[in-house]
Design a protein around this ligand. Structure first.
Ligand code: IPM
Ligand code: MG
Length: 360
């Protein structure tokens, strides 16, 4: 029997290509470290809707429930945009987070030195960047009730989403933020919109209470609009940023671009039991899907996070991250991070090179 059962859910678009490389890299790392994996694939997203009429089929849910951790690709695409919400591809990732209580969404954004010139910001603004967005994943406006669209009169519709947070939900995610800060540079920023929103007033109060348990962490608070501005003005000021579901969605996309490309950013979705789903922050990129142009690094770095957080095998995670770094040092670049004087390669060549380097 294998040491670990890994569910592999490539999803749609470039999710298919990049996840294949993440799986390969994990397999190679396993061989090097004497760890065996059993990989089992499941369908999700638009692909699953087309095949089975359901973006998050029960077989896929069972596969996840019976796995030690999951690698997820990406879901979505214009051909499924008109479907009702529960049939849309996005229902797969949201369903996964909800069903398995994956409340802690970790989204690190770290600069690889060879990519400082690939960022749209000046090199001096991003050199040495190393921040972590801790995003709440199963609450807030993404899941609050009521959420309806209703006909008010023949000419007028009205739509409602609800932002809800309770003390315990805030406490547990803020606590993860503090714990992450404890093993990093000991700075935590809590982001809210306390000048306007009730949920944010509660958020700030609870964050302040949790702070008392972590006296060695320097804690501060910022409104989300200011945080968005500060991320572009001076991103080096940040260590850990903890925030709610929607603010974290937005800020993590912004943070990702600082590193040169959203194609570099990995993420973890963890629950209280330590089970996790690991996925690149990027989407399905339908415009380049199937053309060997995608950057597999975000998916590969997600596999590294899987080793670090789900398997508690930091050595494997370090080896995968070092291999990515080495491939970049060697000048390989997918189109999204390509600059003058570097070698343009496709998804497959990048993935294969990283796998080779992980092999040692
Ligand atoms: C993300 C994505 C998802 C989200 C979408 C696909 C539902 O943007 O993981 O950031 O909003 O959480
Ligand atoms: Mg997003």
């Amino acid at each position: 029997m294998a040491d670990y059962k890994i569910g592999v859910i490539p999803g749609d678009g470039i999710g298919q290509e990049v996840t294949a490389h993440a799986r390969k890299v994990l397999d190679v790392a396993g061989v090097r470290f004497g760890v065996s994996f059993e990989f089992r694939e499941g369908m999700a997203g638009g692909t699953a809707y087309d095949a089975a009429g359901d973006p998050f089929p029960s077989e896929t849910q069972e596969l996840c429930a019976d796995s030690d951790a999951c690698l997820f690709g990406a879901v979505g695409g214009p051909q499924w945009d008109a479907l009702p919400r529960e049939k849309r591809p996005e229902a797969a990732i949201l369903g996964l987070r909800q069903k398995f209580g994956l409340f802690a969404n970790l989204r690190p954004a770290a600069m690889f030195e060879p990519l400082v010139d690939a960022s749209t910001l000046k090199a001096e603004a991003v050199r040495g960047l190393d921040l972590l967005v801790v995003r709440e994943g199963v609450g807030g406006i993404y899941f609050g009730e009521p959420r309806i669209t209703e006909q008010v009169n023949p000419d007028e519709e009205r739509a409602v989403d609800t932002m809800v947070y309770s003390t315990s939900e805030i406490r547990r995610i803020v606590r993860v933020g503090f714990e992450m800060a404890s093993v990093r540079r000991k700075k935590l920023l809590s982001v809210d919109k306390e000048n306007v929103l009730e949920t944010s007033r509660l958020w700030r109060r609870v964050a302040g209470e949790v702070a008392r348990d972590f006296p060695d962490i320097e804690v501060s608070h910022m409104y989300v609009d200011n945080a968005a501005m500060q991320l572009i003005r001076d991103p080096l000021q940040f260590d850990v940023i903890v925030t709610g579901n929607m603010f974290g969605d937005i800020l993590s996309d912004a943070a990702s671009m600082l590193t040169g490309s959203i194609g570099m950013l990995a993420s973890a979705n963890l629950n209280e039991a330590g089970f996790g789903v690991f996925e690149p922050v990027h989407g399905t990129a339908p415009d380049i899907a199937g053309q060997d142009k995608a950057n597999p690094i975000a998916a590969i770095m997600s596999a590294a996070m899987l080793c670090r957080y789900a398997l508690k095998r930091a050595g494997m995670a370090d080896a995968i991250e070092a291999a990515v770094s080495k491939a970049l040092d060697g000048g390989l670049r997918t189109p999204d991070i390509h600059t003058n004087g570097t070698t343009l390669v496709g998804c497959a060549a990048m993935g294969e090179r990283v796998a080779e380097l992980v092999g040692g």
